[in-house]
Design a protein around this ligand. Structure first.
Ligand code: ACO
Length: 433
C-alpha cells in the first residue's frame, strides 16, 4: 500500500509541526486537505475569490487552464462539439456516459414529455413589467417552479432528483422563449416536440401564430454548438452558487434560480451581452485604440468585455470552437462585411497583438464569440445570457445531484477574517429609550 503523502505546516520555531493529508484526484493539481486546520491550530485560511481552493470533489468536468483543456466526463470538448449533439452531451453530464442509440431516443423522448409549462406558471409572466430583462424573468419563473414541484419531492430519492433534472432541462427553453415573447408583446408559442432541442427553442422564439416558421439548419447547428460549449464548466461562480444553495437541502428549482442570478453578472455569463453592448458603444473601427487605451488605464473602470478568464491563461478551448462557428455563420449569413462584425474581428486582432493583453494573458473568451454568433443568428442581445442559462442548466443540475448524492456532503459554511469594530457596549442611557 502506498503511504499517504502529507503536507507539514510549522507556525513558529518552537511549535510542533502540523500535518495534513495531500489528496490526489485522477488529474489536476493535488490538494491539501485542511479540514482539520482550525481544530489543530485555531487558524482559518484566507482565499477570497477561491484562487487556491478546491471547494469540492467532482467527477463531472475537468479543466487544465494552462494547457487549454476542457473535458466533460473525460471527453474533450473539441470531440463532443464536433461529434455529438446537445442531448447526447446532457445525457453524458447527467449519467456519466454517452447514450447508445436506444438510450438517446429514450432520453430525448423523456425531455420532450416535459417541455410544456403549467398554465398557471404561464400566467405568472403577466406579473412582470413588460420591459423586464429576460434574465430577471428567468430568475423569477425558474424560482417559481419550486412552488409547483415541492411538496411531493424528496431530494434524498435519486429518482426524484432525476425527474427534477429532466424538468429543468426541458422547461428552460420554454421559459426563456416566453420571457422574450412577453418582452416584445407577441403571443407565447408553445413547444413543438417534433423539433430538436435547439430547433424547438428557435421556433418558440421566432414563430408567430400568423406565419409558418421553419428553423434554418445552419442556425440550429450553431445554437446546438453554443449549448454544448456552455453546458458545464467545473466549479465556476454560478455552479458554486447552486451547490452552496443546495447544500442546505433547498428545493432544486430554487437553487437553479440562484445559479441564474449569479450567471447574470457581467463578469460571468452576462459578458456576452456586455460585449455586444461594448461593440455598439465603440461603434467604429477608428475608435478601437481609444477603448484599448481605456481598458489599460487603471483609473478607468472600463474593461474589454469578452476578454480574459480566471482559469484559462493560454487559450479557452471553447473560444477556439466558437470562433470557427462564428466564421461559418458569418459566411453563411453573408455578414462578414457587417459594421459590427468587422469591428469585432478588428478588436480581436488588435487585442491579440497588444503588449498589455499579451502580457496579462487576456485572450478572447467563449463569450466574445458567442455574442457575435448570437447576434448573427438574429438573437436579441438581451437574450444572450438567457441562452447561456439554458445551456448551463444541465451542468448545474448534474453538479447539484452529485453533491446531494455524496454521503460526505455538508452544508457549505465559509468563515471570515473579521475586520470590523471590536467589542463595545451600548451606552447605558440608550437603554429603554
Ligand atoms: N480588460 C482589461 N483588463 C483586464 C481584463 C479585461 N477584460 N480582464 C482582466 N484584466 C486585467 C485586470 O485589470 C488585472 O490587471 P492588474 O493585474 O494590473 O490588476 C489583470 O488583468 C487580472 O485581472 P483579474 O480581474 O484579477 O482576473 P480575474 O481572474 O479575477 O478575472 C475575469 C477574470 C472576471 C473574466 C476578467 O478577465 C474580466 O472581467 N473579463 C471581462 C468580463 C468577461 O469577459 N467575463 C466572461 C468570463 S467567461 C465566462 O463566464 C463564460
Amino acid at each position: 500500500m502506498t503511504e499517504q503523502r502529507k503536507a507539514t505546516l510549522r507556525l513558529g520555531e518552537n511549535t510542533e509541526p502540523i500535518e495534513f493529508p495531500i489528496l490526489s484526484g485522477s488529474m489536476g493539481p493535488d490538494t491539501i486537505d485542511i479540514r482539520t486546520l482550525y481544530a489543530k491550530s485555531g487558524l482559518f485560511t484566507y482565499d477570497p475569490g477561491f484562487l487556491s481552493t478546491a471547494s469540492t470533489k467532482s467527477n463531472i468536468t475537468f479543466i487544465d487552464g494552462d494547457k487549454g483543456i476542457l473535458l466533460y466526463r473525460g471527453y474533450p470538448i473539441e470531440q463532443l462539439a464536433t461529434r455529438c449533439d446537445f442531448m447526447e452531451v446532457c445525457h453524458l453530464l447527467l449519467t456519466g456516459e454517452l447514450p447508445t442509440d436506444n438510450q438517446k431516443q429514450h432520453f430525448v423522448n423523456t425531455i420532450k414529455s416535459h417541455t410544456m409549462l403549467h398554465e398557471q406558471l404561464v400566467r405568472f409572466y403577466t406579473g412582470f413589467r413588460r420591459d423586464a430583462h429576460p434574465m430577471a424573468v428567468m430568475v423569477g419563473v425558474v424560482g417559481a417552479l419550486s412552488a409547483f414541484y415541492h411538496e411531493a419531492m424528496d431530494i434524498s430519492d435519486a429518482l426524484h432528483r432525476e425527474q427534477s433534472a429532466f424538468r429543468l432541462i426541458a422547461k428552460l427553453p420554454t421559459i426563456a422563449a416566453m420571457a422574450y415573447k412577453y418582452n416584445i408583446g407577441q403571443p407565447f408559442i408553445y413547444p413543438r416536440n417534433d423539433l430538436s432541442y435547439a430547433a424547438n427553442f428557435l421556433y418558440m422564439m421566432f414563430a408567430t401564430p400568423a406565419e409558418k416558421y421553419e428553423p434554418n439548419p445552419v442556425i440550429v447547428r450553431a445554437l446546438d454548438r453554443i449549448l454544448i460549449l456552455h453546458a458545464d464548466h467545473e466549479q465556476n461562480a454560478s455552479t458554486s452558487t447552486v451547490r452552496l444553495a443546495g447544500s442546505s437541502g433547498a428545493n432544486p428549482f430554487a437553487c437553479i434560480s440562484a445559479g441564474i442570478a449569479c450567471l447574470w453578472g457581467p463578469a460571468h455569463g452576462g459578458a456576452n451581452e456586455a460585449c455586444l453592448n461594448m461593440l455598439e458603444q465603440i461603434g467604429d473601427v477608428s475608435r478601437i485604440n481609444e477603448y484599448i487605451k481605456r481598458a489599460k488605464d487603471k483609473t478607468d473602470g472600463f474593461r474589454l468585455m469578452g476578454f480574459g478568464h480566471r482559469v484559462y491563461k493560454n487559450f479557452d478551448p471553447r473560444a477556439k470552437l466558437m470562433r470557427e462557428t462564428c466564421h461559418e455563420v458569418l459566411n453563411e449569413m453573408g455578414l462578414h462585411n457587417n459594421r459590427l462584425f468587422k469591428l469585432a474581428l478588428e478588436l480581436e486582432r488588435i487585442a491579440l497583438e497588444d503588449e498589455y493583453f499579451v502580457a496579462k494573458k487576456l485572450y478572447p473568451n467563449v463569450d466574445f464569440y458567442s455574442g457575435i454568433v448570437q447576434r448573427a443568428l438574429g438573437i436579441p442581445t438581451s437574450m444572450f445570457t438567457a441562452i447561456f442559462a439554458m445551456a448551463r442548466t444541465v451542468g448545474w443540475v448534474a453538479q447539484w445531484n452529485e453533491m446531494i448524492a455524496d454521503p460526505d456532503q455538508k452544508i457549505g459554511r465559509p468563515r471570515q477574517l473579521y475586520t470590523g469594530t471590536g467589542h463595545r457596549d451600548v451606552p447605558t442611557d440608550k437603554i429603554n429609550n
